[in-house]
Write a new protein. Sequence first.
Length: 174
Amino acid sequence: MWGFFITFAAKTFTKGAHMRFLGNIEAKTDTKGRAFLPATFRKILQAAGEERLVMRKDIHQPCLVLYPESVWNEQMDALRQRLNRWNKQHQQVFRQYVSEVEVLTLDGNGRFLISKRYQKLAAIEQDIKFIGMGDTIEIWSKQLIDQSQMQPEEFGLAIENLMEVAPYNTKGQE
């Protein structure tokens, strides 16, 4: 299991500071759909002074995304800045983006509820995986995430292509 990293600026920590959620943690939901947010992720939220999370179905993948409230607000502001309030389609996009969320507060034990609607949207039954994605946390059905992972060779090639790795330089070496 991965640990956690938080970037501190001048040894003072303010709300909205740079959070880093890393790794993956297997968990289970109970019969009511409640899940414990992994302790490593809770510590990062507490250190950052975050009390609430925003949950939304991912736009592209069959998973849920947990945003610390400050991260959600930054993303919502960035989206709003790109949209024209007087453009019908822009308003529809923004409305859909912000209306399909739930604001969560962890209970005293670190649990939160995944509503039936969200369980259905993400095909979550009982076994789940929390995946740290930097400033957000994904929640996957364990079965779906296991099926969607790339094979090691495919993953290596994808990283190589993304990073535009140049071929090994052999000039002057014979």
